[in-house]
Design a binder for this molecule. Structure first.
Ligand SMILES: *[C@@H]1O[C@H](CO)[C@@H](O)[C@H](O)[C@H]1NC(C)=O
Ligand SMILES: *[C@@H]1O[C@H](CO)[C@@H](O)[C@H](O)[C@H]1NC(C)=O
Length: 265
């Protein structure tokens, strides 16, 4: 009898150690927010969610959920779902898997196809492989006003030459990450440009180039920065020696009289 119980326990232990296979979250077939054309059959990184992945088959894209994680298992790291691993091409333990969908989930809690409310008017933008995209609550207004307004989150793309600009938001209170619209690169604030330059998911578009620059308000001061693509997009803040100012035009330190537009009394 004792042997039987030990055997039973050993069997349960073995089952718990293996990731859960039940799929509670929905998969979505034939999605239009990921372009599989020209891609081989197979699995690809999801544009915005580490716990999902994209499956391309015959040029059609499907948005697939990784299985749930058993919350009692330490390897779940407190996470509810397994995470997609670009390295193994499978859903793996969260503790072993770096999030590869982006720096962090830009629109927490939102999944394409998930329901949204009648007052979810603010879009949530993010960057992915080759474009700026955003979640939009696509609402259905029933002709009978007694019926409820329902909505589903859809992913849509900015025009290919435009970027998501979080500053184009209305004055009413907006949750962090929400609000905003597509805009031209030149119109983005320095902070937004910096955000997209250093966002892992934008890397495919932005050339990995080194840059010298100054923050807004730092013109005619000694403060400047250097951005090096080799140091994994970490920006270094630097200062010219005392008595010299940073000249962005020539990308070096100079005395005030040689820096255009500065008042040198
Ligand atoms: C891709 O998968 C589909 C079935 O899903 C199959 O019919 C097709 O032949 C596959 N294409 C390649 C190139 O393997
Ligand atoms: C938005 O919802 C309408 C129905 O109200 C539907 O016809 C349309 O296809 C939806 N758009 C997207 C992008 O899913």
């Amino acid at each position: 009898m004792a042997t039987k119980i030990i055997l039973l326990l050993a069997t349960i232990g073995a089952v718990v150690a293996v990731p859960h296979k039940s799929l509670k979250r929905p998969n979505h077939d034939h999605i239009d927010y990921y372009d599989c054309s020209g891609k081989a059959n197979g699995s690809y990184v999801h544009p915005s969610d580490c716990t999902r992945f994209i499956m391309c088959s015959n040029g059609n894209a499907a948005d697939m959920a990784c299985p749930d994680c058993n919350g009692h298992d330490p390897q779940c790291d407190g996470e509810a779902y397994l995470r997609w691993s670009e390295t193994t091409g499978n859903c793996e333990w969260p503790a072993d898997t770096e999030c590869v969908a982006g720096d962090s989930d830009p629109c927490p809690g939102i999944v394409a196809g998930g329901s949204c409310g009648k007052n979810d008017c603010k879009h949530c933008g993010f960057c992915t492989e080759k474009m700026s995209q955003y979640y939009r609550c696509n609402r259905t207004f029933p002709s009978d006003p007694k019926l409820e307004i329902t909505g589903k989150w859809v992913i849509e793309s900015c025009d290919s030459d435009l970027w998501w600009d979080p500053d184009l938001k209305p004055s009413s209170e907006v949750e962090e990450g929400f609000g905003g619209a597509c805009n031209k690169w030149d119109n983005l604030s320095p902070a937004t440009k910096e955000k997209w330059r250093t966002d892992k998911s934008c890397k495919a578009v932005l050339e990995e180039v080194c840059l010298w620059g100054q923050d807004e308000g730092d013109q005619c001061s000694e403060r400047y920065w250097y951005y090096d693509p080799d140091t994994m997009a970490v920006r270094e803040d630097l200062s010219c020696p005392t008595g010299l100012l940073w000249d962005q035009a020539t990308e070096t330190c100079r005395s005030c009289g040689n820096v255009a537009g500065c008042d040198c009394k």
